[in-house]
Design a binder for this molecule. Structure first.
Ligand SMILES: C[S@@+](CC[C@H](N)C(=O)[O-])C[C@H]1O[C@@H](n2cnc3c(N)ncnc32)[C@H](O)[C@@H]1O
Length: 390
């Protein structure tokens, strides 16, 4: 009754059974107790065509040509279902209006722009969207309750942009307006915690996140590297976290000759600028050096300038497709020594199979994977930890 619009179903008597050709509103499961609009919309989207034997699945598989799946007629009121329908219409090439159910073809230019914009981003994006696909509505509800920022990922689907859309300068302003700002000065962990809060509540950030960061920090405490080089610094989250770990690992050291340094190489000058600001705020200027430019070029220049001759720990976190190429640059510059550790993030998600193969088959390398979680989202990932045997 009253579904999908007020008054619908009023013309159907209490014991009446509608046949297939009846034009009045009636739904196969509407008589079941507790069935409201959300359940009816979900039933229509995901099950009705199968129940009626019209298709093998809700997307119309096995149906005759010209068949219109039921989901295309649903205009749900629930915001999760709205987001979902909007996303699947977008995949069909339409911009769908959730308030009216009307749709307009997305112009070729707009689709091209979306495709190009999406393509230019790291594979992480597509991969993260695909995390959501196997989740059912209940799981999504829980996920969004804990990490509201992820809702955008599903709402915008393939059009979702997860970095370099103005969120990084906005993050910096947000940090400076944060209630905990007074505690941030000289306190990298308070800044990282606030960044985690921002990533979970407002806008996803493509940094390593707290779960995997703890694991890399443990490697730093254990191995006590003096020269740490990171490829892909973004806005400084890992530089703050690991720079702090590096400082702590050497806090009892008495030698003042060769101080521990965290070199963070970042290609984008705006991100590098934000990272410099946060390093200063965190009071880590004596340990962390942010270097702007493409990693391969910066590595070559820093070596030539004598800034370092060897690297104790290398952290690959820029573009998975560049992991092998840039590790080869490091090798050809002679920067690895016996005992150097190479850590690579996102080896499982989005995945770096070529890199994994390269380090596994390398005659001078011993490698293992450590499990970790992408936060926000708690999606499983792995960091690859490789020791150079010389
Ligand atoms: C996943 S983010 C790094 C996250 C950061 N390590 C953290 O956990 O806070 C990847 C970064 O690599 C940068 N990048 C991409 N290609 C690069 C290159 N060739 N050299 C240096 N940085 C690069 C991107 O601009 C982006 O900021």
């Amino acid at each position: 009754m009253h579904y999908p619009s007020a008054g619908d179903g009023k013309d159907v008597g209490p014991t009446e059974i509608l046949d297939e050709n009846d034009t009045r509103e009636g739904w196969e499961v509407a008589h079941l107790p507790g069935v409201g609009p959300y359940a009816l919309d979900s039933f229509r989207i995901f099950h009705r065509d199968m129940l009626r034997g019209l298709a093998k699945d809700w997307e119309g598989t096995g149906a005759p040509p010209g068949f219109e799946p039921e989901w295309k007629r649903v205009v749900p009121s629930d915001k999760e279902l709205k987001a979902y329908i909007r996303w699947i219409w977008l995949k069909e090439g339409y911009i769908w209006d959730p308030s009216s159910g009307r749709k307009v073809a997305a112009s070729a230019k707009r689709m091209r722009q979306k495709a190009e914009r999406t393509k230019s981003l790291s594979a992480t994006i597509t991969c993260k969207i695909s995390f959501l696909r196997p989740l059912n509505m209940e799981e999504r509800r829980k996920l969004y309750g804990k990490y509201p920022s992820l809702r955008k990922l599903e709402e915008l689907g393939d059009a979702y942009v997860e970095w370099n859309d103005g969120r990084e300068p906005a993050l910096l302003r947000w940090l400076y307006d944060h209630a905990s700002f007074p505690q941030m000065r000289n306190n990298p962990r308070v800044i990282c915690d606030a960044m985690d809060e921002h990533a979970a509540q407002h806008n996803f950030l493509i940094n390593i996140g707290p779960d995997k960061a703890e694991k890399v920090a443990a490697l730093i405490s254990e191995n006590k590297p003096k020269i740490f080089v990171e490829l892909g610094g973004y806005v400084g989250y890992s530089a703050l976290w690991f720079g702090c770990s590096l400082k702590n690992a050497h806090k009892d050291s008495t030698s003042d000759g060769d101080q521990a340094v965290y070199w963070s190489l970042e290609a984008d000058p705006v991100f590098a600028g934000i990272a410099m600001n946060l390093v200063d705020l965190a009071g880590l200027g004596d340990v962390v050096k942010i270097v702007t430019g493409k990693a391969a070029e910066s590595l070559t220049r820093l070596k030539e300038e004598g800034k370092f001759a060897k690297v104790d720990m290398l952290f690959l976190d820029h573009i998975e497709d560049l992991y092998v190429t840039d590790l080869k640059v490091v090798e050809s510059l002679g920067l690895l020594k016996k005992g150097s550790i190479v850590v690579a993030d996102n080896v499982l998600r989005p995945g770096a199979p070529e890199y994994k193969k390269y380090v596994e088959q390398h005659p001078s390398m011993e490698t293992r994977a450590i499990k970790g979680l992408i936060i926000p989202g708690e999606f499983e990932d792995e960091i690859e930890v490789t020791e150079y045997k010389g």
